[in-house]
Design a protein around this ligand. Structure first.
Ligand SMILES: NC(=O)c1ccc[n+]([C@@H]2O[C@H](COP(=O)([O-])OP(=O)(O)OC[C@H]3O[C@@H](n4cnc5c(N)ncnc54)[C@H](O)[C@@H]3O)[C@@H](O)[C@H]2O)c1
Length: 350
């Protein structure tokens, strides 16, 4: 039986990966210690998602394990020698990192090193998929000339119509401590590819989203917005007049990219992975579209200060991924993503 190890398996992407692989006949070991709750409080608790997965899968085993526990990580990789590693466990918030610098670095950078080294020692042939982030580019994308439209910013130069590709520089920009710890991990993942010849990939995510996000104010923009509308909470918009743009990809389409890599792995691959222009939306536009779906107005507050290092307009250029994996594409539109979030956010049981 094919086997996979998924870290962060109770989170948004990890849980989608577990279900996706389980459905395709893999035995899946999931590692998650619910640290998202520790990071974000009750909104971030992923217990509900673990319970959902347990009911929905056939060959899934959960281990409550911390990726910072080096001995345990080396041991589990030696015992299981999984045929695929999908590394999603992280401190994922740009803003939270400054208040938890040691936890952020130890989870994001050192935790990744533990997994890479465990993989090198025990299963170096197994594809290693790492969920990186567009924050590795820091705020360099903000140097691009922009035009201000009625509800969003956009790139002024038509050369950027498809968005930002992997040639964007990653140094000499402000990353936030989160971006810095993810850069460390991203470069390590590439290095285990280049130096040791392992099949590794960094998927530099735009906004990854879907109904299984435990949305919190500091992470999970669309899921949190849907929840704020449902619960009548006040939603705070931070700077840029709410015209900042994000490209959104459904967690299912992240998994199909992961699978494409598993089936035809490369060494030290790096891809931007977001929703692309078709799935891009500004905060103002997202509010309007979700208000329509909920049939009610959002209580909102404007904070006239942008989050430090926040992207003003970020759209992932998917050209390299599409060129290397021509059968892969986005299958879930932004409209469908918003429909799913609105439906799932509706009952108080989510
Ligand atoms: N969601 C996004 O918009 C987005 C965007 C770009 C990149 N990413 C990256 O994708 C990956 C997955 O993100 P997500 O949205 O699914 O995040 P998530 O917070 O929903 O999931 C991460 C999971 O990891 C677990 N975890 C955290 N620390 C751990 C530790 N020390 N040991 C074991 N488990 C631990 C958490 O409990 C959580 O369940 C992350 O690496 C993140 O940086 C996410």
């Amino acid at each position: 039986m094919k086997s996979a190890l998924v870290t962060g398996s109770s989170g948004l992407i990890g849980s989608e990966a577990v279900a996706f692989l389980d459905e395709r006949g893999f035995r899946v070991i999931g590692l998650d210690n619910n640290m998202r709750r520790d990071f974000f409080g009750p909104d971030g608790d992923t217990t509900w998602n673990l319970e959902r997965l347990r009911g929905a899968t056939r060959h899934f085993e959960h281990r409550e394990l911390d990726i910072r526990d080096r001995d345990a990580i080396l041991r589990i990789l030696a015992e299981e020698r999984p045929g695929l590693i999908v590394h999603c466990a992280a401190q994922p918030s740009h803003d939270l990192a400054a208040s938890r610098p040691f936890d952020d670095f130890e989870v994001n950078a050192v935790g990744t090193l533990n997994l890479l080294e465990g993989a090198r020692q025990s299963c170096p042939e197994s594809p290693f998929v790492f969920l990186s982030t567009n924050k590795v580019y820091g705020d360099a994308p903000n140097e691009l000339e922009l035009v201000e439209l009625e509800t969003r910013y956009d790139y002024a130069d038509p050369a950027y119509r498809e968005g930002i590709d992997e040639s964007m520089r990653i140094d000499a920009t402000m990353h936030s401590l989160f971006g810095a710890s993810k850069v460390a991990a991203d470069v390590l993942v590439q290095e285990y590819g280049r130096y040791f010849g392992m099949p590794t990939v960094c998927f530099r995510g735009g906004c990854l989203t879907g109904p299984h996000h435990s949305g919190a104010e500091l992470h999970g923009f669309l899921a949190y917005l849907a929840r704020a509308l449902r619960d009548g909470q006040t939603y705070r918009i931070y700077g840029y007049k709410g015209k900042q743009v994000r490209d959104n990809i459904h967690s299912y389409d992240v998994c199909t990219a992961m699978m494409a890599f598993y089936e035809a792995p490369r060494v030290a691959a790096v891809y931007n992975l977001g929703g692309g222009r078709a799935n891009s939306i500004s905060v103002l536009e997202a509010i309007e579209q979700l208000e329509e779906r909920f049939g009610r107005a959002l209580q909102r507050e404007y904070v006239d200060e942008a989050r430090r290092g926040d992207h003003i307009c970020y759209i992932s250029d998917l050209g390299r991924l599409r060129a290397d994996y021509p059968d892969w594409d986005i299958t879930i539109s932004l409209g469908e993503i918003l429909d799913q979030l609105a439906v799932l956010a509706a009952p108080a049981t989510t």
